[in-house]
Design a protein around this ligand. Structure first.
Ligand code: FAD
Ligand code: NAI
Length: 475
């Protein structure tokens, strides 16, 4: 006997579980299917983000930052701490507990919102009437029928061609979050978001870290001035980043990994390391969905093709998050999930791609929203720029972290904010003000005229807005 639902969501990551909750809030009878298993084989909803992404990486970044502070910064405050050690097993155990709290939280939210959860793999099957049903293969098999289907099956780490992840020597994000002891030498390929975050964790804990990056520019998508400032800070920390390399053969053995590559000058090089993390991007995941059998259209990268409303080519089938086009970010997936649930309920859900914030949780943190200076130049937009350094911010001095700056880009004629870029302490939190401002189409002058608490890092935001009009008060 098949079970009937108004909405069936395949995938319980940030895109899927949030879509399921929102659809249930809007009065729909909702099922959410997710196949992720915890260590005991039980359900672990939350997807990549909760299990091997956003949450565990931030837990390890926090632990390693405490360690770095105890080692290098406590003394500045007159605190002496001797014989500081890191218990990696305990750190990983704490991270696992944080993940479990989040898994349990989602199961609780499903109950609270009366979402029926199914643990197993969901796949499309052709029904006798020519339509389709969703088969769930888990501990038991179930067949679900739904008026509307939302696919939110996420993404997987991209492997180097011919170098599969063994999660012992060659690690994806999964293995990178469960290294059992601090490696002496750690190599990473790809100095994107994961490379920088994971590289930072293990460098802080004492590993000698080298990141090999294929592109000649560092963080090409980031505003150049901000990327330069960040690179300076990483160099100072001893995070070695080699740009413009071409990776060749990767050999693994009992002693670890050996990577042959040519450097930017075209010279043959070899990097030996105990472990290698490959962080060269992610690929949309439709494995096991049986998409082809029902004619669900996939694009060149294997992504599910959707229109601006997240509708696929099949009537009543939607797709959101990493499995479709656009940035692979948890908050983007969530916004799409909510918008689709609202569209299904006859409302007008919307996602504004121009105001999706990006954050890299390194130290200094890097965060931005809107366009970069190089993009504005390329688009031929006339703009004004204003920057304010944290060095001139009282709270940053009190914190003992004056790296970086806030940068505003505003339209030369209308003063509308076109982009805000931050490198420095708590950039991840500061960027929220810029997102709100841009959503409300604020001008730099609007921010400059708003009272910001003193002393706070947010005053650097106000001052950068003032800098657009060349009238900073504290610099
Ligand atoms: P996913 O989270 O991948 O969830 C998909 C779910 O669907 C999974 O649980 C999967 O098991 C399940 N599934 C797949 N196929 C089926 C099927 N056929 N049947 C049943 N279930 C299925 N983003 C941020 O915004 N901030 C961060 O700080 C951040 N940090 C990250 C750190 C790392 C190391 C990584 C790898 C990613 C990070 N991301 C971050 C990206 C973020 O994790 C993704 O953008 C987000 O998880 C995408 O959500 P999703 O719902 O589309 O897919
Ligand atoms: P990425 O796209 O951020 O970076 C990949 C890097 O690898 C790029 O710099 C690219 O030039 C380089 N590269 C690609 N192929 C290469 C090769 N063969 N040799 C050398 N360098 C190569 O991808 P990453 O870091 O794997 O992360 C995947 C995605 O996960 C991110 O784009 C982001 O969407 C998400 N994420 C978000 C986080 C956040 O929001 N804080 C944290 C971590 C991941």
């Amino acid at each position: 006997m098949s079970k009937q639902f108004d909405v069936i969501v395949i995938g319980g990551g940030p895109g899927g579980y949030v879509a399921a909750i929102r659809a249930a809030q809007l009065g729909k009878n909702v099922a959410c299917i997710d196949e992720w298993k915890n260590d005991k084989g039980g359900p672990a909803p939350g997807g990549t983000c909760t299990n091997v992404g956003c949450i565990p990486s931030k837990a390890l970044l926090q632990s390693s930052e405490h360690f770095e502070h105890a080692n290098h910064h406590f003394a500045d405050h007159g605190i002496s701490a001797k014989d500081i050690k890191i218990d990696v097993a305990k750190m990983i155990g704490r991270k696992d507990a944080v993940v479990k709290q989040n898994n349990d939280g989602i199961l609780y939210l499903f109950k609270k919102n009366k979402v029926s959860f199914f643990h197993g793999r969901g796949s499309f099957v052709k029904a006798v009437d020519g339509g389709y049903e969703i088969k769930v293969a888990g501990a038991t098999e179930e067949t679900l029928v739904g008026n509307q289907i939302i696919v939110a099956t996420g993404s997987n780490a991209r492997a180097l061609p011919g170098v599969p992840f063994d999660e012992v020597n060659v690690l994806s994000n999964d293995g990178a979050l469960r290294i059992g002891a601090v490696p002496k030498k750690l190599a990473l390929i790809g100095s994107g978001v994961i490379g920088l975050e994971m590289g930072s964790v293990w460098r802080r804990l004492g590993a000698e870290v080298t990141i090999l990056e294929g592109l000649p520019t560092f963080l090409g998508a980031v505003d150049e001035q901000i990327a330069k400032e960040a690179k300076k800070a990483f160099d100072k920390q001893g995070l070695k980043i080699e740009l413009g390399v071409k990776v060749g053969e990767v050999k693994t053995g009992k002693k670890g990994v050996s990577i042959a590559y040519t450097n930017a000058k075209g010279e043959a090089q070899q990097l030996d390391a105990d472990k290698l993390i490959v962080s060269i991007g992610r690929v949309p995941n439709t494995i096991g969905l049986n998409a082809e059998a029902v004619g669900l259209q996939l694009g060149e990268r294997g992504e599910i093709v959707v229109d601006g409303d997240c509708k696929t080519n099949l009537p009543g089938v939607w797709a959101v998050g990493d499995v479709v086009r656009g940035p692979m970010l948890a908050h983007k997936a969530e916004e799409e999930g909510v918008a689709v649930a609202e569209r299904i309920a006859g409302q007008h859900g919307h996602v504004n791609f121009n105001t999706i914030p990006w954050v890299i949780y390194t130290s200094p943190e890097i965060a931005w929203v809107g366009r970069t200076e190089q993009q504005l130049k390329a688009d031929g937009v006339k703009y004004k720029a204003g920057t304010f350094p944290f060095l001139a911010n009282g709270r940053a001095r009190a914190l003992g972290d004056t790296t970086g700056m806030v940068k505003f880009l505003a339209d030369a004629a209308t003063d509308e904010i076109l982009g805000v870029h931050i490198v420095g302490p708590m950039a991840s939190e500061l960027i929220a003000e810029a997102v709100v401002a841009m959503e409300f189409k604020a001008s730099a002058e609007d921010i400059a005229r708003i009272c910001h608490a003193h002393p706070s890092l947010s005053e650097a935001t106000k001052e950068a807005a003032l800098a657009v009009d060349k009238r900073t008060l504290n610099f």
